[in-house]
Design a protein around this ligand. Structure first.
Ligand code: NZQ
Ligand code: ZN
Length: 386
């Protein structure tokens, strides 16, 4: 196992009817900016619950943050933060609203000329404006990590940012919120969390027995609850296990002491930037090709995953490893997620070259757990995913 340090300061408030606990978490005398998305919270009762919990708090609202949070929209919110002298941010939404809030937390204290530099130059935020979240969509784990991904449509870029100052101070996780989530987004959440675990697990063995078991248990739980959640999101047992699995998949714990990959996400983000494909779906497109292309480097862990998660007992190590890739692709498809780029666009020719060039231009020439995934390899993987 590799050496590691682990600190996660986010307080989790989990369970039924917990949104009312909001008032205990907001500091006295705070001036709060409540941030939300396209309006789902106004239809499903979450907005009312939040407003009633904040009845004694000075609150300004900012709605309309789109999925794949858009830089231009966030700059409007930044203006409000400055004009209204906001001291505390509250995100009520899924990964997009929470990520947008993290950007604002960083931008509100940023001293440089243009806040885009935080993304373009990968500036880490040591201390941001404090914020909390009310999660409405289990998927990204953003509610308990310090990363964010921001889109700038004007230049078709989608870039990541982060830093120790960008953990939420608290996150409220009431699994009952999933009842209003459309099936498509539920499937996305399952696929995203599943791939988060894979990115931190499907590398090479390093003797981290507990981390492996943590990762496998999250995968097994997601496989088990997926059909139940899709069939009946009012099933609280399934909803609560789904929500906690998504948070645990990307709160930093399972990646400690082990090598991680994250190349699937790097390639996937480009597909969202270029075609607007939902984040989780881009991962389902790239994952099978990535594992087939890097089969030799990953086959030990692929075979372990085959045996422990998919219970594949027959065949050689190579057979099991290969079967596990097939099972993974089928799992995505059973969620209703297509796994080829051509399922989403007819305009896919040239995509692989474009992505490889972007990676070269950014100096991303050594991705993956072995730091050997060069742009020419990325080009081949994306082509295999057409
Ligand atoms: O905008 P509203 O109207 O709220 O509707 C949203 C949105 O249309 C809707 N929704 C959310 N909660 C709902 C609901 N509809 C009904 N009932 C509810 N309770 O769902 C739609 C999608 O929301 P979004 O926040 O975009 O989804 P998700 O949580 O999947 O977030 C995706 C974003 O997170 C980034 C992705 O790149 C993408 O931009 N990621 C963030 C990560 C992180 N910070 O750690 C890691 C991930 O790998 C990912 O990259
Ligand atoms: Zn993801």
């Amino acid at each position: 196992m590799n050496n590691f340090e682990f600190k996660n300061p986010t307080k989790i408030i989990f369970g039924k009817d917990t949104i009312q606990k909001l008032k205990e978490e907001i500091p006295a005398n705070a001036k709060v900016l409540l941030l939300y998305g396209g309006g789902s919270i106004k239809k499903n009762g979450i907005y009312e619950q939040v407003k009633s919990a904040l009845s004694d708090v000075d609150v300004v609202e900012f709605g309309g943050i789109p999925a794949n949070p858009e830089y231009a929209k966030l700059l409007e919110a930044l203006k409000v933060i400055k004009q209204e002298e906001i001291t505390y941010l509250l995100a009520v939404g899924g990964g997009s609203v929470i990520d947008g809030t993290k950007f604002l937390s960083a931008a509100a204290v940023y001293k440089g000329e243009t806040p885009w530099d935080i993304l373009a130059n990968n500036i880490r935020t040591e201390t941001g404006m404090p914020f909390g979240t009310v999660l409405t969509l289990p998927a990204t784990g953003s509610e308990m990590n310090s990363g964010a991904v921001i889109t700038r449509d004007e230049i078709k870029e989608k870039l990541a940012m982060g830093g120790p100052g960008l953990f939420p101070q608290f996150s409220i996780l009431d699994p009952q919120v999933i009842v209003s989530i459309p099936k498509r987004q539920l499937a996305n959440g399952i696929a995203d969390a599943f791939t988060h675990v894979l990115e931190q697990y499907m590398t090479y063995p390093i003797g981290a027995m507990l981390q492996d078991r943590f990762a496998e248990s999250i995968l097994q739980t997601l496989i088990k609850v997926a059909p139940k959640v899709l069939k009946d999101p009012t099933n609280y047992k399934a909803a609560s296990n789904f929500m906690w699995s998504c948070t645990m998949a990307l709160n930093g714990l399972i990646q400690k002491g082990v090598p991680t990959d994250w190349a699937i996400h790097a390639m996937g983000h480009e597909l969202t930037a270029l075609f607007g494909i939902d984040h989780a779906r881009t991962l389902a497109i790239i994952t099978p090709s990535h594992y087939k292309y890097n089969f030799d480097a990953k086959k030990q862990k692929l075979a372990q995953y085959a045996e422990r998660v998919w219970k594949i007992k027959k065949g050689s190590k190579n057979d099991k490893a290969f079967d596990a890739i097939e099972k993974t692709e089928k799992f995505f498809q059973e969620l209703g997620i297509d796994t080829k780029l051509s399922d989403y666009t007819d305009d896919y020719e040239g995509t692989a070259e474009k992505i490889a060039k972007r990676f070269t231009d950014r100096g991303w020439v050594a991705l993956g757990e072995h730091k050997d995934l060069s742009p020419d390899k990325v080009e081949k993987i994306v082509k295999m995913a057409y």
